[in-house]
Design a protein around this ligand. Structure first.
Ligand code: DC
Length: 220
C-alpha cells in the first residue's frame, strides 16, 4: 500500500510521516531530502545556476540513498548538511527543473516498488503515485508553519527571525504552487487535514484512522 502525504513546508509533514510509517510498520520516503541532496551537490559545485541542463546533468551523476531519516549523497551522510538555510534557499533551481523532477520521480517509484510505504513531498499524490490507495494533503496556517521552521532552524544553530522565515516561506509557497511541473496542489482524491492546534500525535492518530478506513474499503 502507498500512502502519500503532500503539503507545504512546515505543515509538519516530515515528523508526521515518520511517526505514521512507524505506527503502520511501513517504510518511509522523504522526497524533500532527495531535492535537498542534489541541491547540496549543486551548492558545492557552485551551480551553474543559470544552466538548467548542466544542473540536470549534475543531478544525474548524484547517487542518492535514503535510509529512514538518513540521506546519503554519493555515499556521504549529508542528513544534517541538507537542512541548512543555504541549501533551502537554492532548492528552487533544482525543484523547478523538469528534467531533475523526472529523475527524482523515477527514483521515488523505484524505491516504493513492492513496498508498503508512506511517501512525503509536494507531488506524491498527483505525479509520483497517482494511483496510491491513500492520499493526504496536510496544511497549517503560514504563521504556525513559520514558527515551527524557526524552532527547527534554531535547534540546528541557525539564528533567524519568524519574519524572515515567513518571507522566505511565502516565496517558496509561491514557487511550489506555480511551478510548471510537479506543483504543490492536492490530488483530487486527497483528504485535506489541517494541523493547526494539533499535536503531531493527534495528527498521526487521525491519519491512522484515514488509512484504516481506506484499507477496509479496499478489502470490503
Ligand atoms: O519538504 P522539504 O522542505 O524538505 O522540501 C524541500 C524542497 O524540495 C521544497 O522547497 C520543495 C521541494 N520538493 C519538491 O519540489 N517536491 C517534492 N516531492 C518534495 C520537495
Amino acid at each position: 500500500m502507498i500512502v502519500t502525504l503532500d503539503g507545504p513546508a512546515g505543515a509538519g509533514k516530515s515528523t508526521i510521516a515518520r511517526k505514521l510509517a512507524d505506527r503502520l510498520g511501513f517504510a518511509f520516503l522523504d522526497t524533500g531530502a532527495m531535492y535537498r541532496a542534489v541541491t547540496l551537490a549543486a551548492v558545492r559545485n557552485q551551480g551553474p545556476w543559470d544552466d538548467p541542463r548542466a544542473l540536470a546533468g549534475l543531478a544525474r551523476q548524484c547517487r542518492i540513498d535514503l535510509d529512514g531519516s538518513h540521506v546519503r549523497l554519493n555515499g556521504e551522510d549529508v542528513s544534517e548538511l541538507v537542512r541548512t538555510n543555504e541549501v533551502t534557499s537554492h532548492i528552487h533551481h533544482l525543484a523547478d527543473n523538469p528534467a531533475v523532477r523526472e529523475q527524482m520521480v523515477e527514483l521515488q517509484r523505484a524505491i516504493a516498488a513492492g513496498q508498503d510505504i508512506v511517501t512525503e513531498g509536494r507531488d506524491q499524490g498527483t505525479i509520483a503515485f497517482p494511483a496510491a490507495e491513500c492520499k493526504v494533503f496536510l496544511t497549517a496556517s503560514p504563521e504556525e508553519r513559520a514558527k515551527r521552521r524557526v524552532l527547527e532552524l534554531q535547534a540546528r544553530g541557525d539564528q533567524i527571525s519568524v519574519e524572515e522565515v515567513l518571507e522566505q516561506q511565502n516565496e517558496r509557497d509561491h514557487r511550489d504552487s506555480t511551478r510548471q511541473v510537479g506543483r504543490l496542489e492536492p490530488a483530487s482524491d486527497a483528504i485535506e487535514v489541517s494541523t493547526d492546534n494539533m499535536s503531531s500525535d493527534e495528527v498521526v492518530d487521525r491519519l491512522v484512522e484515514i488509512v484504516s478506513e481506506k484499507t477496509q474499503r479496499a478489502n470490503g
